[in-house]
Design a protein around this ligand. Structure first.
Ligand code: PMP
Ligand code: GLU
Length: 428
């Protein structure tokens, strides 16, 4: 009896921990599709585009690399990431400042683990930040934003929370372009938030995994505005279509070397190093080339066209949402439909998503998974259910422009059907 109690005891930090909503939804979609049910996969946010051929070829060429690599990453890769960061943010960066990890998700977790103090999260924020904070024994503190501010953290809200929290170390996690809202901070917004961060001496984790997918190619990196306190994370999962390759990076300023060293030691005791062939291949991705620039350019135009289409169609149906300017997500609120639709039994966002999936096959994730009030009936829509390879080829070969009216029906028919189904479903 005693023995069985011992062997079944769970670390209390894991109590209530469930599979991450994004990955759980991805599994659920596979099961539904296998059972022959209709599915529109707007729940899981994965790049629809293939890994660029030259990056694939680099992985193939290095498949025999079998040795463990240095814990902080392959030196040429750290050089390439530093040069990439310098090119895209305008901020000087040396390879010593770069830490390579098995996806930025793991690096974000390790940073939260290494940090002692309060974790501040804007609501909505990406699904994994808060569970990660809890896993490290911290209760994240939400800072509510609002539809009237396009779900963007406001300097005044940040300031008020910093005052409330008082004199303890504080970590703020920001994400731009944003998952779930599809919104990006402008240079001015970065400057204003940075001023508050500096005033309160915050540690700022700027998750810029969608930076290269700003639809106009005009991403504002947070680090130049608050260099001494900002850690930037990114990777190849989104702009390079390589989510399953599991490679990300974090860039630390010299002032936060203590944190970088602690995270590198954690790496040495946990994952050791990222897979060698993938690190060699990623060197090519970060060095860049004309063909990678063309790939990115076409990816952005396609995402912009599809994002704008979904935005327009939903807005016309009376659903509230801000127009996206980066990444591949939308964050509609169905609250405005409440008075007029036939689904009077729906009072929470989870009920909404379940009923929508049941009745239309369209998968969305409830806003409460992102820290929002369940009663506000928000949901996240990932507009990635289309054949990215086919769309990219057609655009790059000049067969069609993403802005043409024929593009959506021809190259994103499932997105079109899904959005029309959502519209119809919300009608009286
Ligand atoms: N941040 C955000 C906002 C994300 O959507 C994701 C999902 N891939 C990640 C971080 C983690 O990315 P990865 O671990 O694949 O680098
Ligand atoms: N980032 C993706 C999403 O938000 C999924 C990948 C993940 O959660 O690790 O849907």
């Amino acid at each position: 009896m005693l023995n069985s109690t011992r062997t079944t005891s769970l670390n209390p930090l894991l109590e209530g921990l469930r599979p991450s909503p994004t990955l759980a939804m991805s599994m659920r979609m596979r099961e539904r599709a296998a059972a022959g049910e209709e599915v529109y996969r707007l729940g899981f946010g994965q790049s629809p585009f293939p890994v660029p051929e030259e990056v694939v070829q680099a992985a193939v060429a290095h498949i025999r690399e079998k040795d463990y690599l240095p814990v902080s990453g392959l030196w040429p890769l750290r050089e390439a990431v530093a040069a990439f960061h310098q090119r895209t943010s305008g901020q000087p960066c040396s390879p010593e400042q770069v830490l390579i990890g098995p996806g930025s998700k793991e690096l974000i977790f390790n940073l939260q683990f290494a940090f002692e103090g309060e974790v501040l999260l804007p609501a909505p924020s990406w699904v994994s930040y808060a569970p990660q904070a809890r896993l490290t024994g911290k209760q994240p503190r939400w800072i509510h934003t609002g539809a009237q501010h396009q779900w963007k953290l406001q300097p005044a809200g940040l300031e008020a929370t910093c005052e409330q929290v008082g004199d303890v170390p504080k970590l703020l996690i920001l994400n731009s372009p944003n998952n779930p809202s599809g919104q990006s901070f402008s240079p001015e917004e970065c400057r204003e938030l940075a001023a508050v961060a500096r005033r309160y001496g915050l540690l700022l984790l700027s998750d810029e995994i969608y930076g290269e997918l700003h639809h106009e190619g005009r991403h504002s990196c947070m680090a130049p505005y608050y260099p001494e306190g900002t850690v930037v994370t990114g990777g190849i999962s989104k702009w390079c279509g390589a989510g399953g390759w599991r490679l990300g990076y974090a860039i630390f300023p010299p002032q936060l070397q203590w944190l970088q060293q602690a995270m590198s030691s954690m790496a040495s005791e946990t994952y050791s190093a990222v897979s060698a062939p993938i690190q060699y291949a990623a060197v090519n991705a970060f060095r860049g080339s004309q063909s990678l620039d063309d790939y990115l350019q076409a990816s952005r135009r396609i995402l912009k066209a599809i994002g704008q289409y979904c935005y327009r169609e939903l807005r016309q149906a009376g659903i509230t949402l801000p127009p996206p300017d980066g990444g591949f997500y939308l964050f509609p609120s169905f609250e405005s439909c409440k008075g007029r639709w036939k689904h009077q039994t729906i009072t929470t966002d989870r009920q909404l998503c379940e009923k929508l999936l049941d009745e239309t096959g369209v998968a969305l994730l409830p806003g409460s998974d992102f820290g929002c009030d369940p009663a506000s009936l928000c949901a996240r829509l990932a507009y990635v259910d289309f054949d990215g390879e086919k769309a990219l080829q057609a655009v790059q070969n000049g067969h069609i422009q993403p802005e043409d009216a024929a593009f959506i029906p021809e190259y994103a028919p499932l997105i079109q059907q899904a959005v029309q189904r959502v519209r119809e479903w919300t009608m009286p």
